[in-house]
Design a protein around this ligand. Structure first.
Ligand code: XMP
Length: 523
């Protein structure tokens, strides 16, 4: 079985939701890739999709230099689904009309489904009133289609967008002004399922079990009997690579785990317990706390700290790798969003907010070929296969943790004393989030060490000690984030526990800054 055979192409016009469309298609059990809207015909033919989805865009479709769907796609025989800008550019390119409106429509809308097409009719989640059928959807647009192209029928309407969806009379081209990919559109997943399964004819081949089987076969073929080296960090991606490669090639895999002293409470021991003790993976643990803290002494500039941490990591990893003799392959936990981001930077469309995120990556001059078994996967898919490979769910569902670790959560100079206090405070916060059922509701949560002393009274005694800040955010893409509205009782419990249990802390504060303008990490 070739799980890549039946697939969908997503043409990206620059919408913030493009990756979300791809994730929904994968959830429908169908492989898909995102390509830039200017995708050359040869790439398209080599990819050979069974259907095409056009994303939204911040652009306007009715300008002379607006991005367009290539003619060879428009005139192919494939089913096409245009979403938002995708609908508008279809309308413009095929002879209809798009106009800007004075007000943009953003948020929930109720569309009336006109019952004339195979995509929207009878999807479930419908509200029926006086024989009219409605769906709750999510709108986010300024421009809208004001005249259908010849040969198209209107399939849904709202008061503010009378042409809210359309279909070509042969049923090949469908287009929606709303966003089926966001969860606010109640029947969004059903709609996308219908498009890929019924209209494009793709089967549900993209499942965790099939992905694992395919990845194992690919890795075995790629590396043969060679040895493979992996830098294991304890993060989700490298952990899943370790579990996958261990399943594929067993003892040919050696992991190097660099304990930099900037990890969360007991993290190093947990990594060893899971991989070395339980799964029998060969893991070399380099205890390098002293080396890292030694190099960080006296350095307080955030960027300089990141560089020191990154370079020290490379030196230590290199040292351990050299001890193993010649190893031909280096495994990495690159995932699909990294691939998309680096492709976008070639097109000049990447959203680079912090360019230093790869600091802590591996030596550029290591002459090893790469094994990247997660290259096609989104984070949620990586998590699902992690669980299917037997990794503990709490590890696989952990919030992201930055490469430089606590190094960017201790403001200014990093000292062991600060790391120890921060680790304990962070563990209390995370434990209480779990206990109150909030851990999975926030995207990332952690404590920050603020090296400022503040006065407090604990019992009868005056305490002059450090400040801990708590940070919890909700985000889809980590590019923008909202501070999480945690319940006061939860914050109160965390604050009391931290101050009572950690003598070195006299005050706890909660960070209520959103991103932008603040970033998620404090440094
Ligand atoms: P910021 O602070 O830029 O964080 O809003 C966005 C996401 O990126 C993570 N982050 C990093 N990850 N190396 C990493 O591997 C870094 O230097 C780094 N800085 C931030 C951060 O934890 C959040 O998830």
């Amino acid at each position: 079985m070739n799980i890549h055979q039946q697939k969908i192409l997503i043409l990206d016009f620059g919408s913030q939701y493009t990756q979300l469309i791809a994730r929904r298609i994968r959830e429908a059990g169908v492989y898909c890739e995102i390509h830039h809207w200017s995708c050359p015909q040869s790439d398209f033919e080599a990819f050979a999709p069974m259907g095409v989805i056009l994303s939204g865009s911040p652009e306007s479709a009715n300008l002379t230099d607006s991005p367009q769907v290539p003619d060879y796609i428009l005139h192919s025989k494939l089913p096409i689904l245009g979403i938002c800008y995708g609908m508008q550019t279809l309308a413009e390119q095929l002879g209809g009309k798009v106009e800007g409106s004075h007000s943009s429509e953003f948020g929930y809308a109720r569309i009336e489904v006109l019952g004339v097409d195979s995509l929207l009719s009878g999807l479930g989640h419908e509200v029926v009133e006086n024989d009219h059928h409605y769906q709750d959807v999510w709108m986010s647009h300024g421009d809208k289609v004001t005249r259908l192209p010849p040969g198209f029928v209107c399939t849904a309407a709202t008061d503010s967008a009378p042409l809210a969806a359309m279909m070509s009379s042969d049923g090949r081209i469908h287009a929606l002004q709303f966003h089926p990919e966001v969860t606010h559109t109640k029947a969004g997943q059903q709609l996308l399922n219908r498009f890929v399964h019924e209209i494009c004819g793709c089967e549900r081949l993209w499942t965790p079990a099939n992905i694992i089987e395919d990845a194992i076969a690919t890795v075995r073929k790629q590396v043969g009997n060679d040895q493979v080296l992996l830098g294991l960090s304890g993060g989700v991606d490298s952990s899943v690579v370790a579990a996958l490669l261990h399943r594929a090639i067993g003892d040919q895999l050696t992991c190097v785990f660099v304990d930099n002293g900037l990890l969360r409470l007991k993290e190093g021991d947990q990594v060893m317990e899971i991989f070395a003790n339980n799964m029998g993976v060969k893991v070399i643990r380099a205890n390098a706390e002293e080396a890292f803290l030694g190099k960080l002494a006296g350095i307080s500039d955030p960027e300089a700290k990141r560089k020191v941490i990154g370079n020290t990591f490379i030196d230590i990893f290199d040292e351990e790798a050299t001890k193993l003799g010649t190893v031909k392959w280096l495994a990495q936990g690159t995932i699909y969003p990294d691939v998309i981001e680096s492709a976008a930077s070639k097109h000049g469309t990447a959203h680079v907010i912090k360019s230093h995120h790869n600091v802590g990556g591996l030596p550029a001059d290591m002459k090893m070929a790469l094994v990247e078994p997660l290259r096609e996967l989104f984070k949620d898919e990586v998590r699902r296969i992690g669980v299917a490979l037997g990794l503990p769910a709490p590890m696989v569902n952990r919030h992201p943790f930055p490469g430089p670790g606590l190094g960017v959560r201790i403001l200014g100079e990093v000292k062991k004393e600060y790391c120890d206090v921060l680790r304990r405070a962070d563990a209390i916060f995370i434990e209480e989030l779990h206990r109150h059922g909030w851990y999975d509701k926030v995207s990332q949560a952690f404590a920050v060490f603020v090296p400022v002393k503040s006065v407090g009274v604990v019992g009868d005694a005056r305490r002059y000690a450090w400040v801990i800040a708590l940070r919890a955010v909700e985000t889809i893409d980590f590019m923008t984030a909202r501070w999480a509205h945690l319940p006061y009782e939860l914050l109160e419990t965390v604050s009391n526990r931290i101050i009572n249990e950690i003598r070195e802390v006299s005050r706890v504060s909660y960070d209520i800054s959103s991103k932008p303008p603040a970033t998620i990490e404090w440094e």
